[in-house]
Design a protein around this ligand. Structure first.
Ligand code: CMP
Length: 839
């Protein structure tokens, strides 16, 4: 059975009282220290009884074996204070007590004296109006009302009035009754309780009696009330925080869910109480079992969990689960904190791997020194929401290693299995290896290899890998053939900057950015030498490729191709890339980037399939567009000697080049996004925490790993627009939205299924679409990529843009017209000022 938040609070309160007798310290070996410490309003009443330790052991009644703690007894009456000292009420302020006695007599006097003796802040009042006024201004912790006579004050009404005052639930109200009433009349006591009194005490004019009564009230009533108040403050904090927080009992039944959780998942707390995590929230059983095995061993667990929303949609989150034992050693509660894995803006200020380092949505954006960010990102990436079966298997193997620490052989075997599973082309390479082992017959080997390989596997040349200390600065290489106008040349001098203004190039080149930028980059990366190809052929090739982009597409035109090529060039300049990419890798990466969307119709593959297009029929609805881009690239290139940039290549090198280009273009297919990301993260981002500083732990040079890097590189280049400076980012978002809207319009006109109904020009919020795009696709991908390539500026722009999209959304700038208006006002300033005539 679940319980309500207040029931849970009661539970916590009961537990904290029950565990008062907690042994805390063993620092003073020869004394027994009994520490009676209260936390309520910080009243610290510490009574230290020092005894000879041998004597105290003699007095020990228990038959239990002695523990080291038996030697020193420091009994802390406030275990919560011990742990959460800062969140309890300020330690200096005394307990405020209101004494309401209509007549002055010995009983009222000794209560006042007793309160003073205990250093309470006492106020003595004789009328009910004054009492109420006092209470309303001071909100006392304790109110003692003389109820011995009905003549003096209407104590029932007074008590109810106090109870009607806001905040009085944390006040203890006590009625002083006549001794004989206390001893003989249950009904009077009952009536008092119904009026809102917490308890009654018998009149007494004995000072010790009164001191004892007040002391007991302090420990038994006031203190729990103030703990309760602190718990309420904690609930308020939980309800304000952005992480999703869930508390369950030891059977994973919900006990509490915070507002962020309710809001994101669409449940109300009441709907979930008493149901289990699996029933209500988490859909992946394997993960929940893994989590359970850690929690039951009282270990914290971090990992990814897929949460079900009320709408039955799912979202993937990273979760930190913490066991909590309210008594005894076994966990009684589990606290789950989910991060929906968006923005990691606090990464620098938080300890590595902490839940708070996974926080999203802070208003603060840091431009960061990369290393710490890279490392904390890696910690996060290990908990990425990547649910490939291989990820699960690797996690399970890790746990199996945990279970068999004493058995080196088992651990070694498990590590070998992990190593094998981490390779990207699982089936292909294993089959080949096995085959080599079992057969000497080349014909059988060829046959099986051909059958198992998805495409002809070229032999990889490794001879031409370069040293890694090349300059990252753009080296304008003089062309013997091509000379652009000076204004374009000036702009192209900045073409390796992440802030490069591609739209300015589009404008200056009269929509021929690919030709100009492509030529500059080919020269910078020495492509003519690599391909043994003259500049004229390269220039012709760029011209033809550019001509095969549809200039009337608002997004998928040659400016997008140039943009992707520019991003790829920026990545190729990074040290880590230089150390693994050979000249053919570089040249083919640039070629793939330039052609990756050639002849894009401005409609998605789904649209082409739905409309029975020639391309969808040709490619059987599978990877339609990307297959077309790759095929057309080669059809055009090989179809005319004047543009055949591969014509001088040796056949084997050509096969490598062709394989690279096709593989990279096909990797841009978004339906395989998580597969590519998972493979990349599995190989490059899973071992960081175990690895000694500075060691290169992944075998980068393995051809299959270089392939993973190249795929990730073109994918990141393809969708890099949210990580560009704001002005560029907004323009790309406008363009893609416009293209999506046109597709929706056409689908409606032609009566086709509407692939993205939300992209309706009349209703769509462009900022929201961008926020979602970053949340679900871009953020994790670029964190992983930055962890590898070390370009923190990508994340800085992404986070700044994200915050601006949120602002635009909140300010109601949602439609195409709104965005255009913003572009003509607040977003006017160019990234690079237009060069003046003197330049
Ligand atoms: N800023 C963006 N907002 C929404 N979708 C985008 C954005 N940038 C790229 N995309 C999508 O990501 C896809 C990547 O592959 P394509 O270029 O074929 O098509 C692209 C768009 O559909």
């Amino acid at each position: 059975m679940g319980c309500s938040p207040s029931a849970l609070l009661e539970h916590i309160h009961r537990d904290s009282s029950a565990s008062h007798e907690k042994v805390l310290s063993n620092k003073i070996p020869s004394t027994v220290v009994v520490n009676l410490q209260t936390s309520t309003k910080g009243q610290s009443m510490k009574t230290s009884i020092h005894k000879d330790s041998n004597r105290s052991l003699l007095h020990r009644k228990s038959s239990l074996a002695l523990t080291p703690e038996d030697e020193i007894l420091e009994i802390n009456r406030s275990p919560l204070e011990g742990r959460y000292g800062n969140i309890l009420p300020p330690s200096k302020s005394p307990i405020k007590v209101l004494l309401v006695f209509p007549y002055s007599d010995a009983v009222g006097e000794v209560f006042t004296l007793a309160a003073e003796k205990l250093c309470f802040d006492a106020t003595l009042i004789c009328t009910d109006n004054e009492a109420l006024e006092q209470f309303q201004s001071k909100a006392h912790d304790l109110v003692i009302i003389d109820t011995r006579s009905v003549k003096g004050i209407d104590f029932g009404t007074l008590c109810r009035s106090i109870r009607n005052t806001k905040g009085s639930q944390h006040t203890v109200i006590v009625g002083v009754v006549k001794k004989q009433v206390f001893e003989k009349d249950e009904k009077v006591i009952q009536g008092h309780l119904e009026s809102g009194f917490n308890r009654c005490i018998a009149e007494s004019s004995n000072l010790t009696n009164c001191v004892n009564e007040l002391t007991m009230l302090k420990h038994g009533d006031i203190r729990p009330h103030s703990q309760h108040a602190t718990c309420q403050a904690l609930y308020a904090a939980l309800d304000k925080c952005k992480d999703l927080v869930v508390v369950t009992d030891e059977n994973y039944k919900f006990q509490y869910m915070n507002r962020a959780c309710e809001k994101l998942l669409g449940f109300r707390q009441e709907d979930t109480l008493g149901k289990t995590l699996q029933e209500q929230l988490v859909s992946d059983t394997v993960q929940i079992n893994t989590m359970g095995s850690s929690l039951l061993r009282a270990r914290e667990w971090s990992g990814s969990l897929t949460l079900k929303k009320k709408t039955q949609d799912t979202i993937v989150t990273s979760c930190k689960a913490v066991p909590f034992a309210s008594g005894g050693r076994m966990p009684t509660h589990f606290v789950l904190v989910f991060d929906t894995n968006f923005l990691d803006t606090n990464a620098l200020s938080q300890p590595r791997g902490s839940v708070s380092s996974l926080r999203r949505g802070s208003a603060e954006v840091r431009s960061v020194g990369s290393d710490y960010l890279r490392r904390s990102s890696l910690a996060k990436l290990n908990a990425l929401p990547l649910e490939a079966p291989i990820t699960k298997i690797l996690t399970l193997l890790d746990q199996a290693k945990d279970f068999s620490p004493g058995n080196a052989q088992v651990v070694q075997l498990l590590e070998k299995i992990e190593e094998t599973l981490r390779t990207s082309e699982l089936y292909t390479s294993h089959a080949k290896d096995d085959l080599k082992m079992r057969t000497d017959e080349p014909v059988v080997s060829d046959l099986i290899t051909a059958l198992l390989s998805k495409a002809p596997q070229p032999s990889q040349s490794s001879s031409s890998r370069r040293s890694s200390n090349d300059s990252a600065v753009y080296r304008p290489t003089k062309s013997t053939f091509f000379r652009a106008p000076s204004i374009i040349r000036d702009l192209l001098d900045t073409c390796l900057s992440w802030e490069f203004d591609i739209f300015r190039l589009e404008e200056l080149s009269k929509k021929r950015p690919l030709q100009h930028l492509g030529m500059s980059l080919f020269l910078h990366f020495d492509v003519p030498n690599t391909l043994l190809c003259d500049e004229k052929t390269l220039f012709n090739w760029l011209t033809v490729m550019e001509a095969n982009y549809h200039s009337d597409n608002s997004y998928h035109n040659s400016t997008h191709a140039a943009d992707v090529m520019q991003a790829t060039a920026g990545f190729l300049e990074k040290e880590r890339m230089k150390s693994i990419m050979d000249p053919i890798d570089e040249a083919t990466s640039l070629i793939a980037a330039a052609t990756h969307d050639v002849d894009h119709p401005g409609r998605s593959s789904a649209f082409l399939s739905n409309s029975d297009s020639v391309l969808a029929i040709l490619y059987n609805d599978v990877t339609v567009l990307e297959s077309h881009h790759a095929a057309l690239t080669f059809k055009l290139t090989l179809g005319d000697d004047r543009i055949n940039i591969f014509k001088n290549l040796d056949r084997e090198v050509y096969k490598i080049a062709r394989h690279n280009v096709i593989d990279m273009i096909l990797a841009t297919e978004m339906t395989k996004h998580f597969e590519h990301l998972a493979k990349f993260v599995n190989v490059f981002c899973t071992r960081e925490t175990d690895q000694p500083e500075g060691e290169d732990y992944f075998p980068l040079s393995l051809p299959e790993n270089v392939t993973l890097v190249k795929r990730m590189m073109i994918k990141c280049s393809d969708v890099s627009n949210p990580t560009r400076p704001l002005r560029l980012c907004v323009e790309w978002a406008r363009r893609i939205a416009e293209e999506y809207f046109q597709q929706t319009d056409e689908e409606k006109v032609k009566g086709l299924p509407v692939v993205m109904p939300m992209f309706d020009k009349n209703t769509c919020s462009i900022p929201k679409s961008q926020i979602g795009f970053v949340d679900y696709i871009i953020n994790d991908m670029f964190e992983a990529w930055n962890a590898f390539i070390d370009m923190p500026e990508l994340l800085t722009h992404m986070r700044q843009n994200y915050i601006r999209w949120k602002e635009f959304d909140e300010q109601g700038h949602t439609t195409l017209a709104d965005i255009k208006k913003l572009q003509n006002t607040v977003l006017m300033s160019p990234i690079f000022p237009k060069p003046s005539k003197n330049d």
